[in-house]
Design a protein around this ligand. Structure first.
Ligand code: BGC
Length: 736
């Protein structure tokens, strides 16, 4: 169906809808509203009476989330029980079929759109391909892998009968304390833009009505990721220039890439909650960015304008504020309060029908675009779900996402017959490699993880021909016998010290300090004191402070959250079966408050101020070496509206084949708004054999040279620019 046909159909349908049917379309409820808690994979988790009430009586337009199975609690966060958990692909097909059958019995037969958080693969479908989390995907600097992740995720979501993915996170990760840092593609605008848009293109294809494609959702618009105090759902202080320069561009790119839905910031920016911000949701999103799709609230956030923010004097006023600010669909999620209140508001004239028609038209348009009105049979499970090829892509993504940060005297790779002592709380768990949104919301239900996947310890045991000894509790809450570690070290050549964090997301992951747990520090100190070489491996969503350990360790591997194939990927790197090439997508702080990003301003390196992270943005070693040389700008002068080409040679100067990401930064030498010391504007990943050289070329556009000026408009200013690659710098001048 082309755009005109869709427009026509939407108008026609809208003209037949009652107010109740329209407001129903704007209502999204949680699975619990139509279901009862039952055993996992029970056939009868949907309660037919509740389903009728939601879909036929309240006309709900959308359902989200997975069933809640009683037996699953949250091991690590007693106050946060897991809100839901994964079902088999067969059960999902039945559940979603039942929902669509109910919608097909409604007066106008408008399909329900079923949404899910499939943020690193189909989170809530058992045995789906679960990729490295976004922070790791960013570390690959490989846009093709993000594209493939999008393709595979969309296919597995659709094979599960699900239709809409609350992914991808386009927030940029510039606040390391924030417990969702790992859901971002890191601190850099360009990197996040490239990775996020590649994912969207893979996920949606040319046409997301295809049976293996699905609409994505850009979240969390906008400024959510930069809470001043580091805690989830707390205020950000972002001025409009900074917002436009750092936080909006990724969303703008996601809209251009065709994402038809946007989820709203659960917190507030500059005193205005995301859900009340007309300026962001309407003036900028619609007026400037030209977004044509629909916006969905985040979880319960319209109510919270009243219950939390005290911005509204009643829940009804909260609904009015949010809808008039530009929210099209409310993730209510547990009741029909939004539906009842909005109907009242329209009847009393407080919300005009035109605003309802606008929101509903947008929602129906996306439903038509997604092919929901003409449903095709689901793809067969066989050949489309957890295929060997998809698992291999995942393994490759995991390998490319792991960062070798230190390798003194080439301690790595290890020989296979090395006697290795493995210790630490993250060595023998799958959940620490996957993080939140894995099987359950918090990702911490280890007993639900696929047992055939390998932990780091198990992958080492498979590969090693030497002695492998493991001393560690099986989880964070099982104490490790430090004395035994010290004793056993004598019988081993090397210690693998596997530290890090439990899985978490959202407010359950809030912390007060980036310091590692004291128990882990004590284990590290004892291991190092044995005098045996220590290889530090970190797993977890945030860069916890490891400085004093890393300085004394012989090798450091930063694993972050490499996903379900992470154990194997790490063992591949430890033993040299894979040559590491991941690079840091964030600056790794040296100290808890050392959270300056790589694109710092001049005053951050003036009069004693320094950018002094433990590991800089872009850092990552290989088992071979690379050298860049011959950096050249094609011209010395260009006009403001011209492109400029830049070339550089990169050579593999070591003895092994390997991949290198060439990073190109620019600096605007003098400008009317202070400019970062450098900003990434392009990158390319190349694979080179020993001795091989490749010439890599880049084109810089006027957009790459632009910034948000004094009057909040994007401009290019004439003057000198520097281009930096490796240790080389070339200059060029921009004239009017
Ligand atoms: C999160 C969103 C998520 C939504 C639906 C919220 O709590 O902030 O990222 O998409 O829940 O599960």
């Amino acid at each position: 169906m082309n755009a005109q046909e869709i427009e026509h159909k939407v108008k026609n349908l809208l003209s037949q809808m009652t107010l109740e049917e329209k407001v129903g379309q704007m209502t999204q409820v949680d699975f619990s509203v139509i279901g009862d808690p039952k055993e996992q994979n029970a056939e009868d988790q949907i309660n037919p009476a509740k389903l009728e009430d939601a879909v036929l009586k309240h006309h709900v337009g959308s359902i989200l989330n997975a069933p809640l199975n009683q037996q699953v609690g949250s091991i690590f966060h007693p106050s946060f029980t897991s809100a839901n958990n994964a079902q088999s692909v067969e059960i999902w097909r039945k559940l979603t079929r039942t929902v669509q059958d109910a919608a097909a019995r409604s007066r106008l037969k408008i399909p329900v759109i079923y949404g899910i958080d499939a943020i690193h693969g189909a989170t809530y479908t058992e045995n789906s391909v679960l990729f490295p989390q976004a922070i790791n995907m960013a570390a690959t600097f490989n846009a093709e892998l993000a594209f493939k992740e999008g393709e595979i995720t969309a296919r597995e979501v659709r094979v599960s009968g699900l239709q809409w993915n609350f992914s991808t996170v386009m927030d940029i990760g510039r606040q390391p304390l924030w417990p969702r840092l790992w859901e971002t593609f890191g601190e850099d605008v360009h990197l996040a833009t490239v990775m996020g848009t590649s994912y969207i293109k893979g996920h949606q294809g040319d046409n997301f009505s295809a049976v293996d494609k699905a609409p994505t959702c850009l979240k969390h618009y906008v400024g959510y990721s930069y809470p001043l105090n580091g805690k989830d759902r707390t205020p950000a202080w972002i001025g409009e220039r900074t917002l436009r320069e750092y936080f909006l561009p990724t969303f703008e790119a996601g809209i251009k890439a065709g994402s038809p839905t946007v989820m709203v910031n659960s917190a507030e920016v500059d005193g205005i909650p995301g859900h009340a911000n007309h300026h962001y949701l309407t003036t900028i999103l619609r007026g400037e960015l030209g977004f044509k799709g629909f916006t969905v609230s985040d979880w319960a956030d319209i109510k919270r304008l009243y219950t939390r923010d005290k911005m509204a004097a009643s829940e009804k006023e909260a609904v009015k504020i949010a809808v008039m600010a530009g929210i099209d669909m409310s993730m209510v999620p547990f009741d029909f309060s939004f539906y009842d209140l909005l109907i009242d508001l329209v009847k009393s004239g407080e919300v005009p029908m035109s605003r309802i028609d606008e929101a509903v038209s947008r929602i129906l348009t996306v439903k038509y675009q997604a092919g929901l009105f003409e449903p095709k049979p689901l793809l067969p499970i066989e050949g489309n779900f957890a295929t060997a090829e998809a698992i291999e892509t995942n393994r490759q993504a995991a390998r490319e996402s792991i960062i070798l940060a230190k390798n003194d005297h080439n301690i790595l790779p290890l020989k296979k017959d090395t006697n290795i002592l493995v210790t630490g709380p993250t060595a023998n768990l799958l959940n620490v490699m996957n993080g939140g949104w894995t099987i359950t919301w918090q990702g911490d239900a280890e007993d639900l993880y696929p047992q055939e996947k390998l932990t780091v310890l198990e992958a080492i045991q498979e590969k090693s021909t030497g002695k492998v000894t493991y001393i560690g509790g099986d989880a964070f809450d099982a104490p490790i016998d430090v004395q035994q570690v010290v004793e056993e070290a004598k019988n081993h050549d090397v210690i693998l010290l596997s530290l890090g964090e439990k899985p978490y997301t959202e407010t359950a992951g809030n912390i007060e300090s980036l310091n590692l747990d004291q128990a882990q520090v004590e284990l590290a100190n004892a291991a190092i004191a044995t005098g045996k070489p220590v290889i530090l491996l970190t797993l977890g969503g945030r860069p916890r402070i490891i400085t004093s350990i890393a300085e004394r360790a012989s090798g450091v591997i930063l694993g972050f959250l490499p996903g379900m194939e992470g154990g194997e990927a790490i063992a591949d790197i430890l033993y040299g079966d894979y040559n590491p090439n991941g690079k840091l997508p964030v600056s790794y702080p040296r100290n808890t408050n050392g959270i300056t990003p790589y694109d710092y301003k001049p005053m951050e390196s003036f009069e004693g101020n320094t950018y002094n992270p433990l590991y800089a943005f872009g850092h990552g070693l290989s088992y071979t070496t690379f050298a860049t040389s011959g950096l050249k700008a094609e011209k010395e002068k260009i006009r403001m509206d011209e492109n400029i080409n830049v070339t550089v040679n990169v050579k593999n100067t070591g003895a092994l084949t390997g991949k290198e990401t060439v990073l190109l930064y620019i600096n605007d030498v003098a400008a009317s708004v202070t400019r970062p010391n450098k900003q990434l504007k392009a990158f390319k990943k190349v694979e080179l054999n020993p001795g091989q050289t490749e010439s890599v070329s880049f084109t810089l556009t006027p957009h790459d040279l632009s910034f948000i000026g004094v009057d909040l408009k994007r401009i290019v200013e004439p003057g000198d620019f520097k281009v930096m690659v490796g240790n080389e710098i070339v200059g060029f001048t921009v004239t009017e």
